[in-house]
Design a binder for this molecule. Structure first.
Ligand code: ADP
Ligand code: UVW
Ligand code: MG
Length: 401
């Protein structure tokens, strides 16, 4: 076993890789960075070295191998390359773990093959996660590679929440059930919320709203996830940047039979050309907000549809939990978009939800309460840190903790 105390965390997306080198002795970031536009023209790597400065590489990265090699070269420049004895493990975000992977898992050839089998149910994500694992293994074959799954925290979903009401045998034959995603974030944020409230996680019921590019809600009762909005794939649930979220499955038949679209075209429509993008032509909430403030009708409708869905889930999860101690906003939109939080909580005083408009407008990177002191339900903003959580779980596994 390596005696190192650092974990390199890779969060590989379809066209980007985020990475962080985290020192587990104190949780500090020794280095961090982002490679964007992989597989496209005009790629960019932005690297933050330990001294806090910033280096940029502008180059085309034809694939993830090229992107990760460039990342490794940057770490090398700081004397922290993949051959560094200080590294204890590489921790990988893997989006779909299916029914088999419900814990952080040491990657072997066999584990990698199984992650590959799950590509059809996470087509935007698992291929990139696999590429990250393959490159890291090649660069440093003796180092433990740990896969931390987005689905793992949701493995506790009770059967009535996990089942689709379809023929049981067909569902079982194809492992069709609700898995849920963003679990590492829901786990981290629900725990941090309990800490913010100064309470034991086992005592608090929380609704977590993870609103990033992908978006999902979860209901966490005493630290255990009991409901979440994504399902077999990361397409179900909330309105997202480019994904539709909930939609009548009947529209698939209609578009195929009447519209003549192929299954692949409908897949592309629902995953990449829907959500905010489909409704108004912009998938970035900043643009949607800017345009709706200027009176743009399409952008306003996109915002209203996004918020409407969010409110439906808040109401539903309130009923699932029975008692709610906190509603928490996290990820890019949840942490930054005050108008989304305001609209999501408006008019819910009868449910004990009273946002404080002034606190809600405060800009800060810290976990904070944004509800009034007398609000029965605390509304909070808690920045997510999937990378730190992945590093902790990976380090615990290799240390046998
Ligand atoms: N200041 C802001 N106001 C509103 N939305 C924001 C702001 N900053 C970021 N976002 C939104 O956050 C999204 C990205 O969220 P993030 O959690 O980083 O996503 P991911 O990790 O899935 O890439 C962007 O698409 C953007 O719409
Ligand atoms: C699972 C998922 O939707 O992830 P992301 O938000 O990173 O796309
Ligand atoms: Mg994210």
């Amino acid at each position: 076993m390596s005696g190192g105390t650092r974990v390199l965390v890779l969060n590989a997306g379809s066209s980007s890789v985020k990475y962080q080198l985290i020192d587990m002795l104190d949780g500090t970031r020794a280095a961090a960075g982002l490679v964007e536009r992989i597989g496209e023209r005009g790629g960019r790597l932005a690297h933050t070295p330990p001294d806090g400065g910033r280096r940029e590489v502008l180059a085309d990265f034809p694939d993830h191998t090229a992107a990760l090699s460039s990342m490794a070269a940057q770490l090398e420049l700081d004397g922290m390359g993949l051959d560094s004895p200080e590294l204890a493990a590489v921790g990988h975000r893997v989006v779909h773990g299916g029914q088999r992977f419900t814990e952080p898992t040491l990657v072997t050839d066999e584990v990698l093959d199984h992650i590959r089998l799950l590509i059809p149910v996470a087509p935007l994500h698992n291929p990139a996660n696999i590429a990250g694992i393959e490159v890291a293994r090649r660069l440093r074959p003796d180092l433990p590679q740990v896969a931390v799954f987005d689905t793992a925290f949701h493995a506790t979903l009770p059967e009535p929440a996990a089942r689709y009401a379809i023929d049981r045998r067909t569902a079982d034959a194809y492992r069709v059930r609700r898995y849920g995603f963003h679990g590492t974030s829901h786990q981290y944020v629900s725990r941090e919320t309990a800490r913010l409230l100064g309470r034991d996680p086992a005592e608090v019921n929380v609704i977590v709203l993870h609103l990033g590019n992908g978006a999902s809600a979860s209901a966490v009762a005493g630290g255990v996830c009991v409901e979440t909005s994504m399902g077999l794939t990361p397409l179900e649930g909330l309105v997202m940047g480019t994904r539709s979220g909930d939609a009548d499955p009947g529209l698939v038949f209609h578009l195929h039979r009447v519209g003549g679209l192929t299954i692949d075209e409908i897949d592309d429509l629902l995953n990449r050309r829907s959500g905010l993008l489909g409704l108004c032509g912009d998938n970035d909430m900043r643009e949607v907000l800017r345009r709706s403030e200027e009176g743009d009708e399409e952008a306003r409708l996109a915002f209203d549809a996004y918020v409407h869905r969010l409110r439906k889930y808040i109401g539903a999860y309130y009923a699932v939990l029975g008692r709610v101690d906190a509603i928490v906003f996290t990820a890019g939109v949840g942490e930054n978009a005050a108008p989304v939080r305001e609209a999501a909580c408006a008019g819910l005083q009868a449910l004990g939800i009273e946002l404080d408009p002034e606190l809600n407008e405060v800009r800060s990177g810290e976990a904070r309460v944004v509800s009034r002191a007398y609000s029965r339900v605390t509304v909070a903003v808690v920045p997510t840190d999937e990378e730190l959580e992945i590093a902790r779980q990976s380090f615990a596994l290799v240390r046998g903790a």
